[in-house]
Design a protein around this ligand. Structure first.
Ligand SMILES: Cc1cc2nc3c(=O)[nH]c(=O)nc-3n(C[C@H](O)[C@H](O)[C@H](O)COP(=O)(O)O)c2cc1C
Ligand code: SF4
Length: 398
């Protein structure tokens, strides 16, 4: 099948895996063996946090309360991320295969795919895929002839809030409430949708699950690094000649990736979206992997003429807008940081006040209730760390 995903090595995995192949192979195994295979594959979640998928499934499988839910996070709200959109458009069967394998493993009877509001145009397409899968026995009752294996999927629409990609806010939204993150613990594997054990996995994670069962655990582990197995999809945008969605193995250096996309003259890249860190040119030999520079897959390239204060402003402006306002460090901290960047732009921020802002950022990272407030200052801090002269309007020392 043709795909808009690119790769330097011509290894376009999703295009080489037939629909239902991974599912049929997984369903020939016991539930325990399915989870063991995912453990052994070392698959880590592709939604950003990199939590081991096998561990998550095992925790949900161990819960005795029913019904259980297998949920797909298709909120894809991280700025600069658009790989899940391509997967849902071109390879939706791999995602539903992954959900159904997960449902079998943990004992879920219902699945929900939470689709971001901006992807509303994909709703009908996904409903058609679900309808086709029901007709062909890949969803519904006694799936693939396995008596008692009943699983169906509903598509649920988001309403346009970035925080609803956070798994507990997503659950609140699915339940019809305002999308506000919950306290954790309890984690969703214990008490998730409607207070029942629920697994939430990213679109790409689920597509890899289908590939792992189709091509084998060894095949998957033969790529990537020891701590970050397999290939990864990257959404690459900004100041480069060939932006798009790319498949690369984990462990690729920033420099190699920039060469592939025609962005060699970059002065920095923002890795992991607005909540990720800004990697300067001096660190382009670092590897994109959970043990070095972690990422959910967003890479925004900044060319030599980009103004780093403007970038920090743009990112913090986003978080001021998207904070749900539930907790004080995030609700009040983000506007304070944004105001600080404006003072830096005007040349009215003293070094003493800049130090106060750094202290505030550190407090937000430890005291905010959810990942949004814990990471919203990461880009600002890394821009300060690597571009202090530019941010302070000083000429660099030669
Ligand atoms: C503010 C915020 C937004 C998030 N947005 C997304 C998202 O759009 N898609 C996603 O898969 N995970 C997102 N996450 C991570 C999820 O909470 C969760 O870790 C993930 O869906 C788990 O799937 P995985 O284990 O397959 O990566 C977000 C987290 C935070 C804190
Ligand atoms: S950190 Fe921000 S987004 Fe998360 S709960 Fe607190 S106010 Fe809401």
């Amino acid at each position: 099948m043709s795909t808009s995903i690119k790769s330097s090595t011509n290894e376009l995995t999703f295009a080489s895996v037939p629909a239902a192949d991974g599912l049929n192979k997984a369903l020939a195994l016991s539930r325990v063996d399915i989870i063991d295979a995912i453990h052994e594959s070392k698959l880590k979640g592709r939604g950003g946090a990199g939590f081991p998928t096998g561990t998550k499934w095992n925790l949900a499988a161990a819960e005795t309360r029913t019904p259980k839910y297998m949920i797909c996070n298709a909120d894809e709200g991280e700025p600069g991320t658009f790989k899940d959109r391509v997967i849902l458009t071109e390879f939706p069967d791999l995602v539903f295969d992954g959900m159904t394998i997960g449902a079998r493993a943990i004992g879920a009877s219902l699945g929900l795919l939470y689709l971001r509001a901006e992807y509303g145009y994909l709703h009908e397409h996904l409903e058609n895929v679900v309808a086709r899968r029901r007709k062909t026995g890949l969803l519904g009752r006694d799936i693939a002839g396995i008596e008692g294996f009943n699983y169906d999927v509903l598509i649920a629409m988001g309403a346009g809030a970035y925080v609803c990609g956070e798994e507990t806010a997503l659950i609140e939204s699915l339940e019809g409430f305002r999308g506000e993150p919950r306290n954790r613990p309890p984690f969703p594997v214990v008490s998730g949708f409607l207070g029942r054990p629920s697994v939430i996995n990213n679109v790409e994670t689920l597509a890899w699950v289908a590939c792992i069962f189709s091509k084998g655990v060894e095949w998957f582990r033969s790529y990537g690094t020891g701590a970050s197995a397999g290939h990864k999809l990257f959404s690459i945008s900004g100041d480069c000649e060939h932006p798009g969605v790319y498949e690369f193995p984990f462990g690729i250096t920033v420099a190699k990736l920039l060469k592939e996309v025609g962005g060699e003259d970059a002065k920095a890249v923002q890795v992991g979206g607005a909540s990720g860190r800004c990697v300067p040119r001096s660190e382009f030999e670092r590897r994109l992997a959970f043990e070095d520079v972690p990422t959910g897959g967003s890479i925004v390239v900044f060319g030599p003429d980009r103004d780093m204060r403007a970038i920090a402003h743009n990112i913090l402006d986003f978080f001021v807008d998207e904070s749900c306002g539930q907790c004080t460090p995030c609700r009040l901290g983000n506007p304070k940081l944004l105001q600080g960047v404006e003072m830096l732009q005007e040349g009215t921020c003293s070094l003493q006040y800049l130090n106060d802002l750094k202290g505030l950022a550190r407090t937000m990272q430890v005291a905010s209730k959810c990942g949004l407030g814990q990471t919203s200052s990461v880009a600002f801090m890394s821009i300060l760390e690597h571009f202090e002269n530019e941010v302070l309007g000083r000429k660099p020392l030669l």
